[in-house]
Ligand binder design. Structure first.
Ligand code: ADP
Ligand code: ZN
Length: 821
């Protein structure tokens, strides 16, 4: 019987394809390895899912042999491969695309080997795979040798002068400046005037500085209790397999026919206590969760297993990475989007061979090949960035629970504002709760929060109604005490809307049904001319600063500000509302002696956000203005005032999670204040002081809010009381989109689960953002009490979508949707 391999190829189809394993490769083709295989007359890079000896269901003469083996050692360890297959099934996502999330780049060595086998002669599509490795960078530097005067001329003399003035330079950079750089360098090297050196390109910025090892602090009682319980769970894990491929030995096979479920959702006989191997670490801001993570990792490593840490946005957490490095040194792979392909591959490879056993990174670190996985930590588990909103729409927190469960590892979700989903899992006994009720620094206490009712207070001296008198006074006090303040505003840009003062028409994007934001951009003089009388809330156009642009925050549109209204033609466009750019300018104008800086997506390039946070930490900024980016877990000891400029901005969105998200933002940003000995103060400005999200945040009552929100969700039938799947349909032609949505909704209503009403079908309807990037958007929402029927209905719909609904309509299945807009 021939040896057959099931291979997933990078095409948007959910099934795998069968190939014959050539006799020469019989012992070498293993699950998780990449292979080259012919697919519709192209050669594709596929991944072996399974190898078996069986008679094929298809005519054996139609089965093609594998063309070549790419990985001698499987790129995906068995544990990861099994997990990825479950993830694909859970999200109804094509297996080829899911695998791509986890596959490393191809090493140039491998490409060379394939070339030598003659495999790369035909048509080849490496499936967008990147190639890395084997690349050295050449550097040139001047030596101490001195030339005979007058013996050097032309470019050789110029290159030598450059190297002497500026020190070592990459050869590539010299070549950019001098046409004859190569021959000049050769001449200089022959005369020993210049030394040439080849080496690997510089390392990741996170590793540029050596981090001094820290001394672990003594844990407080609550931390010690949490650490002990995690340690006990780690101790209870099945012993690690050992050997070179421990993950393979340790993998527990899944019973056939059992459909994949995220961890914590298995039906369990009533009364049976679950083994506590998944935890929710619920600790107030500044309670020392990180120290608990560090102890958990230590305990995991001591037991010979690897650990994975996931954080929302690694660029915003240099401090956290520094603390991990201080404890674990270079035994840490830091995975982030700023890595070069070569660095990313180096990190991947060091994990894959087991040289490094701890990985830290954002969402995509979920797929890191951590050896012998024993622990997954998800910091700030409530954070929305764990949900991928394009391509494979997975939720990294949910999938962390699944991966840990399948790998027989411990999972810890940590937050000061746990997600409603996680709290529900605690209530159902699927997660064990660990609490850190107090701030870790003995002198630190939670900040005092006051609400500023914007309906009652008028504008302060700045003239802007959103900088109320109480906020102005609080800023003055903070500056006088030489302390720092953070002002949080959820809107980027200068003015969030541009409105015609004559007819009231809002300027919107041509491609999207959303308002355009006015961005002033960089100006030579950053401050408005008059310190006292800053810009009025709606500045008429003739006051508008030079060089501004209108930008759409949803597509890439950016264009000039028109000089008249597109609807009525009046030259009376007004810049309305307050964005972070204008807030920064207004604050700088009102407090000319203060050093004001801004942190939002417009200023935060790759390293910029780290630089701004570093300046803040060093006390070189007095007032930091910014969006969500300022709310993330920064530990800034001298921040004593946090101002929430407009708490209402996030609460009004047409999304059942709006209150939860608003609440989390408020508590998180408030948590930046008073983290050390100096007491902190928080001012929340609002027109809705009674809104539960605001009232509970002001009272630091997280459990109270969660309790109420879970009850509300139960009443309206939204998760976690129910499960959702969102079908997102879009098309250039409105009627095509509408038609496809209607067809899907009808199909959902007539499939068995729809007929029995075990799955409720809502819609079709236009999406809240009805048009985006020129495409009309519709949706159909499926809702069910239980996951089984929902999956049944989705399977029926997936069939309809696969068989071609309408080629001009795009349909995406979003399981457990987060973004509802
Ligand atoms: P969280 O992640 O819960 O917001 P952090 O881990 O950032 O809190 O801790 C807040 C501060 O308390 C940090 O400066 C940290 O170094 C300090 N800290 C944590 N645990 C202890 C402890 N047991 N003793 C003293 N200081 C601690
Ligand atoms: Zn747009």
């Amino acid at each position: 019987m021939p040896l057959l391999a099931d291979v997933a190829v990078p095409v948007p189809l959910s099934q795998a394809f069968t190939y014959e394993v050539p006799a020469a490769l019989a012992g070498e083709v293993r699950p998780g390895a990449r292979v080259l295989c012919e697919f519709h007359r192209r050669k594709l890079l596929g991944v072996v899912l399974a190898v078996s000896e069986r008679s094929a269901a298809i005519d054996p003469s139609k089965i093609k042999p594998l063309a070549a083996l790419v990985d001698a050692r499987p790129a995906l360890p068995a544990e990861l491969l099994a997990f990825l297959q479950e993830l694909a099934a859970y999200y109804f996502a094509p297996i080829g695309e899911v695998l791509r999330l986890a596959l490393p780049a191809i090493e140039r060595e491998q490409v060379r080997a394939l070339k030598a086998q003659g495999e790369l002669d035909g048509v080849l599509d490496l499936g967008r795979s990147k190639q890395v490795g084997g690349r050295k960078v050449a550097y040139a530097s001047a030596t101490d040798v001195v030339e005979e005067p007058g013996t050097l001329r032309g470019q050789a003399a110029a290159v030598l002068a450059l190297l002497r003035a500026n020190g070592e330079q990459p050869v590539a950079r010299i070549e950019e400046r001098f046409g004859n750089a190569r021959s000049a360098l050769k001449k200089l090297a022959e005369r020993n005037l210049v030394a040439l050196d080849e080496r690997e390109p510089p390392r990741d910025p996170f590793f540029r500085r050596a981090e001094e090892r820290d001394v672990p602090p003594e844990l407080n009682a609550a931390q010690a209790e949490a650490a002990a319980r995690i340690d006990a769970a780690l101790a209870a894990l099945a012993p690690s397999g050992g050997g070179e491929h421990p993950a393979i030995a340790q993998q527990e096979p899944r019973p056939a026919g059992q459909e994949p479920r995220p961890a914590g959702q298995e039906p369990r006989p009533a009364g049976q206590e679950p083994r506590p191997s998944a935890f929710l670490l619920f600790g107030v801001t500044g309670s020392g969760k990180t120290e608990v993570y560090l102890r958990a990792i230590k305990s995991c490593l001591d037991r010979g297993r690897g650990a994975l840490v996931m954080v929302p946005e690694i660029a915003l957490t240099p401090q956290l990475v520094a603390r991990f490095r201080a404890r674990f040194g270079d035994e840490l792979a830091v995975l982030h989007s700023g890595l070069s392909d070569a660095d990313r591959h180096a990190m991947w490879a060091s994990l894959h061979v087991g040289k490094v056993r701890v990985a830290i990174g954002a969402r995509s670190a979920l797929f890191a090949p951590v050896p012998d996985l024993g622990l997954i930590l998800v910091d700030e588990e409530h954070d929305g960035s764990f949900k991928q909103e394009e391509g494979v729409r997975y939720h990294a927190r949910d999938m962390a629970l699944l991966r840990a469960h399948r790998a027989g590892a411990v999972c810890v979700l940590g937050s000061a504002t746990p997600s409603i989903e996680s709290v529900a899992l605690v209530r159902r006994g699927k997660l064990a709760e660990l609490r850190l009720p107090d701030r870790a620094h003995r002198e630190a206490s939670l900040p005092e929060v006051s609400l500023v009712d914007l309906r009652r207070f008028r504008a302060g001296p700045s003239g802007d109604p959103l900088i109320s008198l109480p906020l102005h006074r609080a800023l003055e006090k903070t500056l006088a005490a030489k302390e720092q303040a953070i002002l949080f505003l959820n809107r980027r840009g200068f003015a969030p809307s541009v409105v015609c003062g004559s007819c009231g028409t809002l300027t919107t994007c041509d491609a999207c049904s959303v308002a355009l934001t006015y961005h002033r951009g960089r100006r030579r003089d950053a401050r408005p001319p008059s310190p006292g009388g800053a810009p009025a809330p709606a500045a008429p156009l003739d006051e508008r600063p030079e060089g501004g642009r209108l930008r759409c925050h949803y597509c890439d549109y950016a264009g000039p500000l028109p000089d008249r209204c597109g609807a009525c033609g009046a030259r009376n466009l007004l810049l309305e509302g307050l964005g972070t750019e204008r807030l920064e300018a207004t604050i700088a104008g009102s407090f000319p002696e203060a050093r004001v800086a801004r942190l939002d997506r417009d200023v935060a390039g790759k390293d910029r956000s780290q630089a701004i946070l570093a300046r803040m930490r060093e006390g070189k900024i007095d007032i930091l203005v910014g969006t969500q980016m300022v709310t993330k877990g920064h530990d800034l000891p001298n921040v004593t005032l946090v101002g929430v400029v407009n708490a209402d901005a996030a609460l009004g969105l047409p999304d059942f999670r709006a209150a939860e998200r608003g609440f989390q933002l408020l508590v998180q940003v408030a948590g930046r204040a008073g983290r050390r000995d100096r007491p902190g103060r928080v001012l929340i400005q609002t027109r809705n002081p009674e809104h539960p999200a605001i009232a509970f945040a002001a009272a630091h009552d997280v459990p109270g809010f969660l309790e109420r929100e879970i009850r509300d969700r139960e009443e309206v039938g939204y998760p976690p009381a129910t499960r959702l799947a969102l079908l997102r349909i879009d098309a250039v032609d409105e009627s095509v989109g509408r038609g496809a949505a209607a067809k899907l909704a009808a199909h959902a209503r007539t499939c068995p689960e729809g007929v029995s009403r075990r799955v409720e079908v809502l819609g079709p309807s236009a999406a809240p953002i009805a048009r985006l990037r020129g495409r009309y958007r519709f949706r159909v929402l499926l809702r069910a009490r239980d996951r089984g029927p929902l999956r049944g209905a989705l399977a029926a719909l997936a069939g309809l979508i696969r068989d071609g609904l309408d080629r001009n309509a795009r349909v995406i299945i979003d399981v457990d949707p987060v973004a509802m807009l």
